[in-house]
Design a protein around this ligand. Structure first.
Ligand code: DAH
Length: 339
């Protein structure tokens, strides 16, 4: 029995010394000291010993137990500090490494320009309204005085869902929808996407953005159109910005005008920046055609109004001196990070 006890002690020491895991250590405790453990099994046999042997073996058994307990405690301590050291090593921070600079988000130039335009018009008492991008031929063309086969449709070829449903080519469709729904006085802008079946190049894209404007009231004149757009451009391009109205034709306005920005660089004389033109074409506008008003149930003898359609890309490119429209859609951070 003495040998058995010594054997238990030496295997316990051996196995504990090889143990590197708290869970395994607990298993060892049960194996040696538990109720069904090896030491208990020996103690159960003590009854068969002689009176002289019993205290000797008893003492030895107690010594073995306390030694194993001591080893277990030592091991537990060692494993704990080992784990703590490992954790410390894993969590070491090299403060000499270069930091990761956070990259703050920012508005896309188109969004930033649109937000500004909205603010300017809200300041002048305009509402912002929305309209569908998938539009009927009626709202996109017919009601704007562009019946089927009208030549003005040629420049606005688009994507047809079917003969009567198209992806809208212009936000002007929202003029009609608004006039049908609201009674004058009307003062709205309507920004949104428009589509044309154009090939992509530096100044064309099959998808771009417009901001439509519409004002209907009693006594609205071309002077109001001029004043509104002049203020818009001064706010967008600075107080020295000058515009001019150039006669043009749109089927839904009479008279119609294109609005040009006088070249900042040469003041209208013509230079390399404006490609010798002296002016940069900005948008289309005009006094809403009496036929269009009548079609929406508004009496042109009582009311008049003006409308305009701004190309968001165009005014954005002008503001930021961007020379290729494609840059606005490519989501290249090297480009977008500059604004
Ligand atoms: N819809 C025209 C275009 O896409 C722009 C335009 C011209 C809008 C005259 C208007 C307007 O409201 O009155 O080219």
């Amino acid at each position: 029995m003495k040998e058995q006890l010594e054997k238990i002690l030496s295997t316990a020491k051996q196995e504990l010394s090889e143990c590197h895991d708290l869970k395994i250590m607990e298993d060892l405790r049960v194996k040696f000291l538990g109720k069904k453990g090896e030491l208990t099994a020996i103690l159960k046999q003590m009854g068969g010993l002689s009176a002289e042997e019993r205290p000797v073996i008893g003492q030895l058994a107690n010594k073995v137990r306390s030694e194993i307990e001591e080893k277990l405690a030592e091991k537990a301590e060692a494993l704990k500090s080992e784990a703590a050291a490992k954790k410390m090593a894993e969590e070491t921070i090299d403060v000499t490494l270069p930091g990761k600079a956070p990259r703050p988000g920012r508005l896309h130039p188109l969004t930033a320009t649109l937000e500004e335009v909205k603010e300017i018009f809200l300041g002048m008492g305009f509402d912002i309204v929305d309209g569908p991008e998938v539009e009927t031929d009626h709202y996109c063309f017919e009601a704007l005085n562009m019946p089927k086969h009208h030549p003005a449709r040629d420049t606005q070829d688009t994507f047809y869902i079917n003969e009567n449903v198209v992806l809208r080519t212009q936000t002007s469709s929202v003029q009609i929808r608004t006039m049908e729904q609201r009674k004058p006085p009307i003062r709205i802008i309507s920004p949104g996407r428009v589509y044309r079946s154009d090939a992509v190049d530096a100044t064309h894209s099959p998808l771009f953005h417009q901001i439509e404007g519409l004002v209907i009231d009693k006594g609205v004149t071309l002077g109001d159109l001029y004043g509104t757009l002049d203020l818009l451009m001064k706010k967008l391009y600075g107080k020295d910005a000058k515009i001019r109205l150039r006669p043009h034709h749109f089927p839904y306005t009479e008279p119609s005008a294109e609005v040009d920005l006088v070249c900042f660089n040469c003041g209208g004389k013509g230079c390399s920046m404006c490609k010798g033109e002296g002016y940069v074409e900005l948008l289309g506008s005009g006094m809403v055609h009496p036929e269009v008003l009548r079609g929406c149930g508004i009496d042109p003898e009582v009311y008049s109004g003006f409308a305009f359609g701004i190309g968001l890309e165009r005014i954005t490119m002008g503001r930021y001196h961007i020379n290729d429209m494609r840059l606005l859609y490519e989501n290249d951070m090297r480009f977008l990070g500059q604004f």
